[in-house]
Structures are given as C-alpha cells and as structure tokens.
Design a protein around this ligand. Sequence first.
Ligand code: NAP
Length: 305
Amino acid sequence: MSTPWHVLGAGSLGTLWATRLARAGHPVRLIVRDTARLLAYQAAGGLTLVEHGEATTYAVPAETADRGEPIQRLLVACKAYDAEKAVAQLAPRLAPDAEVILLQNGLGSQDAVAAQLPQARCISASSTEGAFREGEWRVVFAGHGYTWLGDASHPVAPIWLEDLAVAGIPHEWSPDILTRLWRKLALNCAINPLTVLHNCRNGGLQDHQCEVATLCAELAELLERCGQPAAAENLQQEVERVIHATAANYSSMYQDVSNHRRTEISYLLGHACKVAARHQLNLPHLNQLQQRLIHHLQSLGLPSD
Ligand code: NAP
C-alpha cells in the first residue's frame, strides 16, 4: 500500500490536488476543520471537481485533525494566515520523518510552519494553477498551469513526485524554489495592491506605468539585498508583460477584497516591507503602498494583517 496523502484544507487547491490524486488511485485522506464540517462533507458525499464544464464527484475519505492514523505525508492547502495554526493541531499525528508540502502563496508562512516541525521535511510549492470554489465542496479547475516544488535546505527530489506524474499534476522539482517564491511575491506586490487601490482589472495598471515602475525598482533593490539577484532580473519587464497578458483578469487580492474575504497581505506586501526593515532598507513607495492598502482594508472592515 503506498503512503497516503493527507490533505489539510478542502478549499480550492486542496480539492484540486485531492481529487486528481484520488482518481489516479492514490490513497487520499482529507482533513477538515471540525466535526460540523466533517458532517457537512459526509452529507455532500464527496468532493466535486468541475473540469471543462463537467462535474465529477470523488468520495475521498475525510477526518478531523484530532483522530486518525499517523501522518507520513501532509499537503497543507490552507491560506497562508491559517497554515501555522492548522499544522500545529496536527503535530501530534505527524511521523518523526514526515514530509510536509506547503502550497501557500507568498513567504513567511513556510518558515513559521517549518520552525514548529524541526523533524519533518518541509517542501515549498509555487503554483500557477488556478481554481475557485463554486459552492460547498465543489471546485472549478479554472486555469491549467504548473507547480514547482523545492526544499531550500535539501536539493534531492522526493520519490513521491512519481505520484504527481501519475495523477497528471504538471510539476517540476526546483532547486531554487526560494527564488521562484520571491519572484512571484515581487510580481504580486507590484500588481495586486494597485488593482485594489485603483479598483481595476490588471490591464487598468497600464494607466499607472510610473507608479508600477517605481515599485519595481524598489522591489528589485529588496531582492538584491536579500540575496535573490536572479529574482530581480528584468522584474519591471515581466510585470509589464503580466499586466498586458492578464489585462482582462481581476487579481486574486482584488477578488478577495470584492468578495469581502481576508487577504494574504501579511505574506505578500507585508512580508516584503518586514524584510526590507530587517535589512534597514528604505523603500518609501513600498511602505506607502502598504499603509494605503491597510487603510483601505480597514475602511472596508476587513482584517489588515
Ligand atoms: P481556500 O479555497 O480558501 O481553501 C482553504 C481551505 O483551508 C478552506 O477549505 C478552509 O476550511 C481550510 N482550513 C483553514 N483552516 C483549517 C484548519 N484548521 N483545519 C482544516 N482546514 C482548514 O484557499 P485556496 O484558494 O485553496 O488557497 C490556498 C493557498 O494556495 C493560498 O495560500 C493561495 O494563495 C494559494 N494559491 C491558490 C490558488 C488558487 O487558484 N486557488 C493558486 C495558487 C496559489 P473551511 O472550508 O472550513 O473554511
């Protein structure tokens, strides 16, 4: 029997991974928030993935954190602000040599989780796949993409990448995962907060080119200072390319705010500003952007952390 995949968080990405692994025949266990969520899940009869307009339900077994077998392989699919607390609840069940795969966007949550699990191997992921919740336990696979996985402290790839290949999850082992995470964070910082503040689609930032360019210069300075020069290369050009290529899209932060959901600001722009301060780097425009975004979130009654 192959090692089960325990999936913590039955949201968009958790469902996308759990359903594809389960349909490829891999053992999967879903870990939901509490007994009420477990009962609701059981009543629904499984996770539904909508792909190319077709819905299929997979009866993936589910459990709560406090009961079940020891966990050898854990996929953490919560938001960045929930990851540390959700993993802490599971710590007593983790095998001493457990592997923990962290799907969170941004930076900061991966280190927080790793610090509380010194014996586990923590692997970070950066994904361009897109999915959203259409209803309870029902997720739409909205954008095909790629997932890079890596472990900054240990370059050897794990054997279970084969499970992902069998499940048709496009992926690559990345020895420079930190560079990828920083690059994605920088792109996010240059685009997402401005789409919220200017209330526009990504393409709307074509009218704010100077503001974008100033932020890119400060972000590149930050990346250089924290030992990520490769992530700084041609940052402004890539930001402009992304704005153009995704002109009709609303950014994930814009969508969170317009749906009155908490954002992951602390792990994106907030993390960038925190690291800059730690390096005593003065980045006035980035700091001002953070303050404007915090005020905006507070004015809407949304958490600003
Ligand atoms: P999501 O749809 O909000 O799902 C998060 C899930 O975590 C929810 O089902 C939530 O449970 C669950 N959760 C939170 N605390 C928990 C706990 N203590 N125990 C069990 N479950 C818990 O979020 P998402 O969109 O999948 O995003 C996950 C991460 O992936 C984020 O960092 C995001 O930025 C990143 N990401 C997402 C996408 C995408 O397309 N969605 C793409 C790339 C990266 P409830 O259902 O009970 O609230």
